[in-house]
Design a protein around this ligand. Structure first.
Ligand code: PMV
Length: 354
């Protein structure tokens, strides 16, 4: 028998929502109850790198995450693999004498290796980078011709927020109306060069895995929080329009106001869930107070904060100068470990993430 291996590698960054996705209307297809907007980070800092390989000698699909083998039997992986295989094209590598016809992909097995350069499942959206990267790399290996938007609908079935990592810059995930989810896709609002003065700083408050997964948390909020319905139907649609306008006109004060308000409402929904979900801790609350006090004393918005399903703070500054001042204030309030609860700051050049 012939023996060869064909490989593809790609890297995808994570993204941070400034208008949050929280709540599904369809759990299997991962369809959300509201639109969301995010900013994609620079891939040098928080990203996933994935290599996929195909060979006639592989006996089954297998995957390693950060060097440890994980099961691919979950619905999320199976959905992504199935959808990509369906769209696979003919692949030829003349030099190696390899020819794979599109119908052959159904029978061929894959080996997948993925690495995150940041803590997994600590509320730093590792699944967003991971599934975006997986889908993109598979599409590359299998010569899938779909546009980024269509690939985003596949990445969405791995992890909702993953669809937004298919683009750089500012990205909107439109909730869509179709029952099959084909219009629940990511669209780019502005490229990564549109607003490149912005600096994003991540204060790692804890790199422990979160206690309530976003899947469980969302399900419980949808079932029990009256605030969530009000948020999704009444608050978010207006906020999305205002945020799009703020991004278009590079209006930092509006971006900051909307980002903080939306993070706070998301965590209010968590508290409104029964039993209540606490993603932020005392350190997170102290960071919010620090930023709020600073913004108030300056009489204008200097910095925005936002928190996902974990205690880590994502802080957005309008430029490097303000980012430097912010780091000074953070270090003053939270002197470095071991005394502090803040396990690590991402310092020096590495702290300045675009
Ligand atoms: O895609 P998931 O299931 O990891 O959910 C992400 C949810 C939040 O990070 C809290 C909000 C968001 O829009 O990214």
């Amino acid at each position: 028998t012939q023996s060869w291996v064909l490989m593809a590698t790609a890297r995808a960054p994570t993204n941070i929502a400034v208008i949050k996705y929280w709540g599904k209307r369809d759990e299997a297809l991962i369809l959300p109850i509201n639109d969301s907007i995010s900013v994609t980070l620079d891939p040098d800092h928080l990203s996933a790198t994935t290599t996929v390989a195909v060979s006639p000698s592989f006996k089954q699909d297998r995957m390693w995450l950060n060097g440890k083998e994980i099961s691919l039997s979950g619905g999320r992986y199976q959905n992504c693999l199935r959808e990509i295989r369906k769209r696979a094209g003919d692949v030829e590598d003349e030099k190696k004498g390899i020819r794979i016809k599109k119908e052959d992909w159904e029978k061929m097995h894959l080996h997948i290796a993925s690495y995150n350069n940041f803590p997994t499942a600590a509320g730093l959206a590792s699944s967003a980078a991971g599934f975006a990267c997986l889908v993109f790399t598979l599409a590359k290996l299998m010569n899938v011709k779909e546009e980024h938007g269509d690939l985003s609908a596949i990445a969405r079935q791995g992890s909702g927020s993953a669809c937004r990592s298919m683009y750089g810059g500012f990205v909107k995930w439109t909730m869509g109306n179709d029952a099959d989810g084909s219009d629940s896709i990511a669209v780019q609002l502005a490229s990564n060069t549109h607003w490149d003065d912005l600096v994003i700083i991540i204060a790692v408050v804890s790199s422990k895995q979160k206690e309530t997964s976003s899947t469980t948390g969302m399900r419980e909020s949808v079932e029990t929080s009256p605030l969530l319905e009000y948020r999704a139907k009444t608050v978010v649609p207006n906020r999305v329009l205002q945020m799009e306008e703020a991004i278009k006109s590079r209006d930092f004060a509006s971006l900051a106001r909307l980002t903080c308000a939306d993070s706070n409402q998301f965590h209010a929904v968590c508290l409104d869930t029964s039993p209540p979900i606490f993603y932020m801790n005392d350190t997170s609350h102290r960071i919010i107070s620090l930023v709020e006090r600073w913004n108030r004393s300056e009489g204008s918005l200097q910095v925005a904060y936002t928190f996902d399903a974990g205690p880590n703070a994502v802080l957005i500054a309008p430029n490097r100068k303000v980012a430097g001042l912010l780091l000074q204030r953070l270090l003053f309030q939270f002197p470095p470990p071991p005394e502090s609860e803040l396990a690590s700051y991402i310092l020096g050049d590495k702290s300045i993430l675009h």
